[in-house]
Design a binder for this molecule. Structure first.
Ligand code: HEM
Length: 368
């Protein structure tokens, strides 16, 4: 008879609990502070591992040629798990903050030049989400990713780190899958490829911008009455914001060849967010909410990490050689799902929305 499975065998606890000895010394010699530092980082990396798995599953459902309606709850399910983990990652910085600056200084020098810069899983996460190299903060003209590229070939354990980055780059991103899905969203009952779809989309956007202008006219009137002395300044700001909305919905920032595609993607995001109260849009809107939540948690993680770093090491240079907190704060500006954020700026109150005809309720989502 075989021996019954135990909790410790199933979880391979002997292996797992034998991995906190640091490098180059006996496990027993690692101080309590350093043990804490190692465990916290390992726990983060385990959460990153699961986050990557879930994000890739969500992406694969969404990237299919045909996304049946019943697959949207699956995407939402995976993203919910991602978001629960990421919010825990934000909160977990509290544990790191129990390390006083001097506790950390006691072992910090031996980490140089190792750094969170080399967390290849964090880089994979950014890449699979859809962060482009062009959007990354550069260090003296170099991408922080080069830390992995240069060191991976030399380090003892991390030789595949760069391979993982390259493989992540070769996969389609979650952002690309989301855009493909948004592109196929019926708008006022019309689907891409259907006769007259371009005109339906253009009509929706025109109506929306007109309703937006009327709404901003009304609030501008109230604002100007309250801030008479700043009337010219406020009206210039409102006019600039309207123009920015129009240019964004027309996808003027996108190359000619891709403009029509992006215009439809943006119109779809606007349609889902605006008519989110319609029962037929309830799953699409939950999906969009989860994507926004995911990006918000990433931004919060970056801010929370930077505040923790400021508390523990002040504004000194990082072990990876960056400017430290200034660099980390600059990364807080990353936004992958730009269209979803931009649309928030132009949403209208429900009673100000252009009305939907009966056909606008049709929400059959077919294949491409
Ligand atoms: C005492 C604790 C910590 C300090 C003082 C610290 C400090 C820093 C600094 C200064 C950087 C900028 C790169 C450099 O020059 O080294 C950095 C990057 C990074 N750290 Fe930490 N860190 C700490 C803990 C953590 C923890 C617990 C995590 C969790 C995974 C983490 C993840 C990262 C990541 C992913 C980066 C790269 C950020 C980017 O390039 O966008 N760090 N850290």
């Amino acid at each position: 008879m075989s021996t019954p499975l135990t909790y410790w065998d199933y979880l391979r606890l002997d292996d797992l609990l034998g991995l906190q000895g640091g490098v180059g010394e006996e496990a027993a010699d690692v101080s309590a502070d350093e043990l804490h530092f190692i465990i916290v980082h390992q726990v983060y990396e385990l959460w990153f591992k699961l986050t990557l798995r879930e994000l890739r599953l969500a992406r694969d459902h969404l990237a299919a040629d045909d996304v049946p309606e019943e697959h949207i709850p699956l995407v939402v399910h995976h993203l919910r798990r991602v978001n629960s983990i990421l919010s825990l990652c934000v909160e977990q910085m509290r544990v790191v903050e129990t390390l006083t600056p001097q506790d950390f200084l006691a072992f910090r020098d031996k980490l140089i030049p190792a750094s969170g810069f080399q967390s290849f899983q964090m880089r994979e996460l950014e890449i699979v989400m859809g962060l482009e190299d062009a959007e990354r903060v550069r260090l003296g003209g170099h991408l922080p990713l080069e830390h992995i590229q240069k060191l991976a070939t030399r380090s003892a354990g991390g030789h595949d780190a760069w391979g993982r980055i390259e493989r992540a780059r070769a996969e389609g991103s979650f952002l690309a899958a989301l855009r493909t899905w948004l592109y196929r969203t019926p708008i006022r009952g019309s689907q891409p490829g259907q006769a007259g779809d371009d005109a339906v989309v253009a009509g929706f956007l025109d109506d929306y911008l007109r309703a937006g202008d009327a709404a901003s006219e009304a609030s501008m009137g109230r604002l100007a009455a309250a801030l008479e002395s700043q009337r010219a300044e406020v009206s210039a700001r409102v006019a600039a914001s309207r123009e920015a909305n129009r240019a964004f919905l027309a996808a003027e920032d996108v190359d000619d060849g891709e403009r029509a595609h992006h215009r439809r993607v943006r119109a779809a995001a606007l349609f889902i967010e605006s008519y989110r109260h319609l029962p037929l849009l309830s799953w699409p809107r939950l999906l969009v909410d989860q994507v926004l939540e995911m990006e918000q948690q990433m931004v919060l993680f970056r801010h929370r990490h930077a505040r923790m770093v400021e508390r523990v090491i002040g504004r000194r240079v990082g072990t990876g050689g960056s400017s430290g907190v200034d660099y980390l704060d600059a990364t807080g500006k990353y936004r992958v799902f730009k269209e979803l954020w931009s649309i928030r700026t132009m949403l209208l109150a429900r009673e100000a929305l252009p009305e939907l005809s009966e056909q606008g309720y049709g929400f059959a989502r077919g294949g491409a």
